[in-house]
Design a protein around this ligand. Sequence first.
Ligand SMILES: [Zn+2]
Length: 376
Amino acid sequence: MDLSPTLKLAIDLIRRQSVTPDDAGCQELMMSRLAPLGFAGENLRFGETDNLWARKGSEGPVLAFAGHTDVVPTGPEKNWAHPPFDPVIRDGYLYGRGAADMKGSLAAFVTACERFVAKNPEHRGSIALLITSDEEGPAQDGTVKVVDTLEKRNEKIDWCLIGEPSSTHQVGDIIKNGRRGSLHGYLTVQGVQGHVAYPHLAENPVHLAAPALDALANEFWDNGNDFFPPTTFQITKIEAGTGSNVIPGELLVHFNFRYCTENTAESLEERVVAILDRHKLKYDLQWHLSGRPFLTDRGALVTATQNAIRRVTGRETELSTSGGTSDGRFIAPTGAQVVELGPLNATIHKVDECVKAEDLDTLSEIYEQVLVELLG
Ligand SMILES: [Zn+2]
C-alpha cells in the first residue's frame, strides 16, 4: 500500500515502545526530520524523562507545537486484535498504542512543518516543538521543567498548539481552549473512640461530620461562565470504623473540586474551612492542587485554528473546556495562548487504540494551515 508521509512517520513512532517515561528514540526520529528543515534541537533530560525543545528561527512571534512521545501501558497484549507496537492499517484505521494519543499528531505536525517550510522558506517568526516523554505519568520532569528552563532564558511562546486528541465525531469538530482546575482535599475529622453502648463517653465523628458533608455537597460554588460549566464538588472516599460495637475515633473523607475561573483554589479552600468551622468540627485538612484552570479567550490562535479547520474540512469548530487536565496547565501561565487540537479521542488509553488513517492526513493539513495563518 502507498502510505502518506504522515502515516509512515506515525507507524515508525508507534513501533518504538515508549511507555512512560521512556521515549525509546521517538524524539531522535522526529529531530532527524526537523534538522534538515533548519530546526535546532535541544535534549533537555530531567530525571528519567527526555524532553525535546526544537526551534526554527530566532525571532518572535513563536508558534510552538506541544506534545508527548510517551504512551500508557497496553494492558494484556492478548486482548489486542493486533500487537500494540506492531501497527497495522485495517479497514482504513491505523491501530497501535499511541495512534490517537498522540503519535499520530506528532507525525502530522512534523509533516506539516516539512510542507510549510518548503513553500515558505522565508516565513516570519519561529516554529518550535516542545515534546516530553512524561505526560501520561507523574508529569514532574516533563513540560513543567522545560517551561521553567525557557522562562529562565526569557524565551517566550506566543501561541501553543497542543496535539492532544480533542475531536469527538470528526477531526476538528472540537478544540479545547482551556481546562478546568482540579483540587483535592484530604479531611480527617476527629472524634473520641468508645463502646457503642456508652455513647456519652465517646464522640462519633461520623455523626459530627454528616451535617458538614451535607452542607458541602449542597453548597452553590458558582454559576460557571461563558467558557466553563459550574464548579463541582465530589466526595471520592469515606472511611471510618474499627468494629461493630465500636464508635470510631476518626473519619477520613477525600474529595475533589473540578473548578472554573469563577473561583480560585484559595477561595475554595477558604469556603470549605468556613463550612467545617461553622459545624464546630475538630479536623485536619490537607490540600493537593493538581492543576489550576486556564483559558485562552478568542484571539489570534483560536481564530487561526478555526479558520484552518474551516479551510481544510469546511467544518465550524466548537470551543470546549471539558475533560481532564493537560500539559497546557504548565504552558498557559507563561502568558501563551493555548489551544488543543488533535484526532478523535474515542479509543485513547483503550485496548485496540486506533485512528482513522485519513484523519491524520487531514490533521496535518490543518496544522499546515495554522502555520500559514500565523507565520506565513
Ligand atoms: Zn495525550
